[in-house]
Design a protein around this ligand. Structure first.
Ligand code: SF4
Length: 351
């Protein structure tokens, strides 16, 4: 048995609720220099446009702390300061105005300093995310378990929870991330069996887009399907806007969130007589800015084509060099391959 996402505590980060009955949110982190305010704001704006619901910025020095209120003024989503090593940066960020902080207990080891951060957050009613990360686990814990195991990750969590109980502060979110997908899954299941704090899910250092998307989808997908996880961040060595897109695709696949079009297309085979890859690319590009939640099917032949196209809100099924257009389960007409894309896009606009 474990706490499912609906049974977790609800934690407010700015205007976003994480946990409880709130939908699973999608967040990301900028990769600009936080001291460069125009670049950072511009990147956050692009992330917002893609549906990002919370943004984290790295705060490696005092100058970055001073950027925080100026960045916050320009954006519409909650701003979280990402702090490592220096507890003073956490205190300063909270003083200057952020919606929350993320700290890594693996590199702020002094308990008194950690308590100072927690007490200050308590005073200001700001949430903290404790990010437990396989890459920066306390050496004593690694020695005890001889390697980084899910149990070792959970021991780090237990230590934090003891401190939180002492300070009586519970406005917190946890993340337990490893670059090893199985360890991440197991550690998060163990956490949910014990604690009802909301969970931020992610696979750390997941890698370049191709492998990173697969690792994240498998790890985060397993947990979300089990009912674990309240907010997600996909870590990719790429533009953070791509992380948001992948995040929503994962949530859409699990029917947890709906956003924009859902494209259904077949892999093609010898029965397909058109260049379906090009057709799908064109359709994908044309609907990228549509906010409507619609299922669009683009199918290569009459084997599975009519079934999928009928089932979608709108769809086409090719038959040799012509295609049948379906809308809400009904046939709209039969068109040549030259006309079908224009017709499909026209009908999508009218939905
Ligand atoms: S729908 Fe037709 S073209 Fe597409 S994969 Fe199936 S059989 Fe092949």
């Amino acid at each position: 048995m474990f706490y499912t996402r609906e049974q977790t505590k609800a934690v407010k980060v700015g205007n976003l609720i994480i946990g409880g009955n709130a939908p699973v949110s999608v967040q990301s982190m900028t990769n600009t220099d936080t001291r460069n305010i125009p670049d950072t704001v511009a990147q956050i704006k692009r992330m917002e446009k893609e549906g990002c619901e919370l943004v984290r910025v790295a705060v490696p020095d005092l100058e970055s702390c001073h950027s925080l209120p100026l960045i916050k003024k320009e954006i519409n989503i909650p701003l979280v300061a990402d702090i490592h090593f220096d507890y003073k940066l956490a205190l300063k960020s909270m003083e200057l105005g952020v919606d929350g902080i993320r700290i890594n207990p693996g590199n702020i080891k002094n308990i008194d300093k950690l308590k100072l951060i927690i007490k200050s957050a308590k005073e200001k009613e700001l949430p903290i995310r404790f990010g437990i990360n396989s890459g920066s686990l306390d050496n004593n814990i690694i020695k005890k378990y001889r390697s980084i195991t899910p149990q070792a990750l959970i021991e780090s969590v237990n230590n934090i929870i003891t401190i939180l109980e002492e300070v009586d502060y519970h406005n917190v979110i946890f993340s337990i991330k490893s670059s090893n997908v199985i360890d991440t899954v197991e550690a998060n299941i163990m956490f949910s069996g014990k604690y009802s704090y909301p969970l931020h899910l992610g696979i750390t250092e997941a890698g370049p887009p191709f492998s990173g998307i697969i690792k994240s989808s498998v790890g985060i997908g397993i947990l979300l399907y089990k009912g674990i996880g309240n907010t997600i961040r996909i870590s990719l060595t790429d533009d953070p806007v791509e992380e948001i897109k992948v995040g929503y695709e994962i949530l859409k696949a699990l029917h947890l969130r709906q956003r924009g079009p859902n494209l259904i297309s077949c892999p093609t085979c010898a029965r397909c007589k058109v260049n379906l890859k090009e057709v799908v690319k064109k359709v994908e590009k044309s609907v990228v800015n549509i906010d409507k939640t619609i299922n669009i099917a683009v199918m290569g032949c009459m084997v599975n084509g009519p079934g999928e196209a009928k089932d979608a809100d709108i769809g086409i099924a090719y038959h040799k060099k012509t295609a049948i257009l379906f809308k809400k389960g009904k046939i709209i007409g039969k068109f040549s391959d030259k006309k079908i894309i224009t017709k499909l896009l026209e009908e999508i606009k009218n939905i």
